[in-house]
Design a protein around this ligand. Structure first.
Ligand code: CP3
Length: 340
């Protein structure tokens, strides 16, 4: 890991999404879960951004809730809202009834999508899964949540049940990611997007153990393991301890400070504010160059946004951004002045 490269690699979380007219056309009249469960369509969605811009990786088109639905939980993904679980998990009975995912039997269509993609792609394929806290939040809240209050209440009221929930989800996602790698994924990312809602004590006691087991069980795989969350400034050292080889950072922490917090022995991914991409190009360029300056040409920086591409993003801005990152870092690894 952290090998020297000719130029900084760049890809975008949610690079296949509603900001692309061709994605909206593909999605027209179809449920997003139908897209995810139909390998030919999921392949097509994955390929769309690559036809527009020379990003250095593809990310499997799916959703973090796809394997959760396959575990027998009734859910849907509502446009403009996100995952909705009509019968949320509130009691310990429901938690103790959950069974671990069997990827080959329950999500064969995802593994088939991965295999098909490897035949088409000339860049590496990133597989992914949700992190245990983020998945648990959707299951317990029943949908997107600002304060994650029911989730945190369960965590503190019944730590034993909470721990079981974390480990069932963690073990299931570990099996899921291993199956993706065996099918051909060349890197995997754990999106614990909402883990930043926790303070470091609670993250350490209630989420880190299952996450550490998740990454630990994948350590024998010879692929980069990326760990990402939003608003995780205070959690970065703990996330590093979870065992990933790449830590994703959002835009709230300057990249050089984030790298100092996680240590230079791991790679970092990020961290341009996705909202900046709705501003004129000059502003995007300025902010992107700041990210590159902060990365300081150290080996192990993967350029990305600090969170997913927003639906209002003009595709041309991302196209220019990819070119900018490539041009400005061409042959310059190690050549950047240090410092913010
Ligand atoms: O990054 C990619 O291009 C791959 C595809 C991908 C999707 N979801 C497809 C999708 C990935 C990596 C995800 C992960 C995901 N899903 C996360 C973690 C990443 C993050 O954003 O923090 C989360 C929290 C979810 C749950 C989810 N699914 C949300 C919050 C939404 C948005 C709801 C909305 O409409 O605003 C979804 C729907 C979803 N999943 C879309 C896409 C492209 C939106 C477009 C659509 O509905 O077709």
């Amino acid at each position: 890991m952290r090998q020297s490269v000719d130029r900084t690699p760049v890809w975008f979380m949610r690079q296949a999404g509603r900001y692309l007219p061709e994605y909206r056309a593909l999605r027209e009249g179809r449920d997003i879960l139908e897209l995810c469960r139909t390998p030919e369509l999921a392949v097509e969605a994955t390929m769309l951004p690559l036809r527009r811009m020379p990003v250095d990786a593809a990310i499997l088109f799916s959703d973090i809730m796809v394997p959760v639905a396959a575990m027998g939980i009734d859910l849907r993904i509502d446009p403009g809202i996100g995952p909705v679980v009509p019968d949320p998990i509130r009691g310990n009975d429901e938690v103790w009834r959950l069974r671990t995912l069997d990827p080959q039997a329950e999500v064969p269509f995802v593994l088939e999508t991965v295999r098909l993609l490897r035949k088409e792609l000339s860049v590496p394929l990133i597989g992914f899964a949700g992190g245990p806290f983020t998945l648990a939040s959707y299951l317990v809240e029943g949908g997107p949540s600002r304060n994650h209050e029911r989730t945190k209440a369960l965590m503190h009221a019944d730590p034993e049940t909470w721990s079981h929930l974390m480990f069932v989800l963690g073990t299931s996602m570990a099996a899921y990611l291993r199956a993706q790698v065996e099918a051909g994924a060349q890197a995997v990312q754990v999106f614990d997007s909402w883990a930043g809602a926790l303070d470091p004590d609670d993250y350490l006691h209630f989420v880190l153990p299952a996450t550490r087991e998740l990454f630990g069980s994948l350590a024998d795989l010879d692929v980069p393991l990326i760990h990402f969350g939003v608003g995780t400034g205070e959690l970065l050292p703990l996330m590093r301890d979870a065992g990933a080889t790449v830590v994703g950072v959002d835009w709230r922490v300057p990249l050089h400070e984030a790298w100092e917090r996680v240590g230079y022995d791991v790679a970092v991914q990020g961290n341009l504010d996705p909202a900046v991409c709705l501003a004129p190009w000059e502003a995007v360029e300025k902010k992107a160059l700041t990210v590159l300056r902060r990365a300081a040409g150290r080996p192990g920086h993967v350029f990305n946004l600090g969170h997913g591409v927003l639906p209002g993003t003009p595709p041309e801005i991302l196209e220019r951004l990819v070119d900018l990152v490539h041009e400005r870092t061409e042959g310059s690894a190690g050549a950047w002045e240090e410092g913010p």
